[in-house]
Write a protein that binds this ligand. Structure first.
Ligand code: 5GP
Length: 338
């Protein structure tokens, strides 16, 4: 773990509210709100992190983070936490929602403002290797298609105005609705030049998975439950996969990483994967810890661990090729020195 903590890391799959500090969320909970779900998040070890339990926690967090000031605070803290863990390139994702004092656009603008001020502060503090932050806007599959289109339009417009936004994500309760139902919104995103990441195969949904692979998003989230046919298609034309070891283990209710359905196979085959946290608070983890867990489960050498730490850069959504090249070289140098 110490070796992984010292490496530079690129985190591609982190949901803002799932990474919000628990102490802050508890502090923000208004009087009278049932804190049962929030207490639940601290029951580390024997905790229930089935998909249902996770979605109950997300609901509870959304009920407590209800103002612009609260969103800005959790954003700031999440950015600081990833930077403190040695993350040098972060793609953070979040589902735009209405707050007590803002509409969805106000929500996204507040986030962008917080990212900009975080980046400016890193420079002002003279930090030699500041963390780059990029944003993905998420479409919630339990919402409606009109809302999805608003999210895509917002991403397109605010990216043109302020940069930082690089793509859109499809997430939310995987037992609800289908990718096909939202396909039009993702086609619009693609036409606008936004990159697309799609959560898939978290539950057994063969038709949904086939439709997602047909669409060929730039990245897949999790992709755990795949048929022989899905595996064949992905091996023929790989789509990079974001794997979140602890999250995958908990939501599939497995006991050890050795029984993860794809992790060891993908790594042995050299399939393009990025190791990520998903929801660092909900799963009580960090980017370094997830990297260490994957390394141990797959018995990786230090060279292989360093390669795994750099792998996500090849799947990053930032379209600035020159900046990504500089980042890649910096990762290479730092990994060689480690
Ligand atoms: P937010 O988008 O509100 O910042 O972050 C929390 C949201 O991310 C959740 O309400 C959910 O829609 C999505 N999310 C977080 N973790 C997962 C996950 O493991 N699977 C899926 N499908 N969605 C998730």
């Amino acid at each position: 773990h110490r070796f992984c903590a010292a490496l530079p890391k690129a985190e591609l799959h982190a949901h803002l509210h799932g990474c919000a500090r628990l102490d802050t969320v508890r502090e923000l909970a208004p009087p009278g709100v049932d804190k049962a779900e929030l207490r639940n998040t601290s029951e580390v070890g024997q905790n229930d992190r089935s998909l249902d339990a996770c979605f109950a926690i997300f609901g509870a967090i959304h009920k407590t983070v209800t103002t612009l000031a609260a969103v800005r605070r959790i954003t700031r803290e999440v950015l600081s936490d990833f930077a403190a863990d040695g993350v040098k390139y972060l793609e953070l994702r979040t589902t735009p929602r209405t707050l007590a004092d803002a509409d969805v656009e106000g929500y996204v603008r507040a986030l962008l403002a917080e990212v900009a001020s975080f980046e400016a502060e890193q420079v002002a503090q003279g930090i030699s290797w500041p963390m780059t932050v990029r944003l993905l806007l998420s479409v919630d599959r339990s919402g409606d298609t009109a809302k999805a289109m608003v999210t895509v339009q917002l991403a397109t417009r605010l990216r043109a105005e302020l940069g930082c936004i690089v793509g859109v994500d499809f997430s939310g309760n995987p037992t609800r609705s289908s990718f096909e139902h939202f396909r039009e919104a993702f086609e619009a995103a693609r036409l606008a030049g936004l990159r697309v990441a799609v959560h898939v195969g978290e539950v057994n949904a063969p038709e949904d998975t086939a439709a997602v692979i047909d669409f060929r998003p730039e990245r897949l989230g999790h992709a755990l439950l795949l048929s022989t046919h899905d595996l064949k298609r992905l091996r023929e034309r790989p789509i990079p996969i974001e794997l979140c070891p602890t999250s995958n283990l908990k939501t599939l209710q497995l006991n050890e990483l050795e029984s993860h359905p794809t992790l060891t196979t993908w790594l042995a085959e050299g399939y393009p994967v990025s190791i990520s946290t998903d929801d660092s608070t909900v799963f009580d983890t960090t980017s370094s810890r997830e990297l260490a867990l994957a390394a141990m489960a797959c018995h990786l050498s230090v060279e292989e661990i360093a390669q795994l730490a750099q792998a996500p850069l090849a799947h990053a959504f930032d379209p600035d090729m020159a900046a990504m090249d500089r980042l890649r070289r910096r990762f290479e140098d730092a990994c060689a020195a480690a």
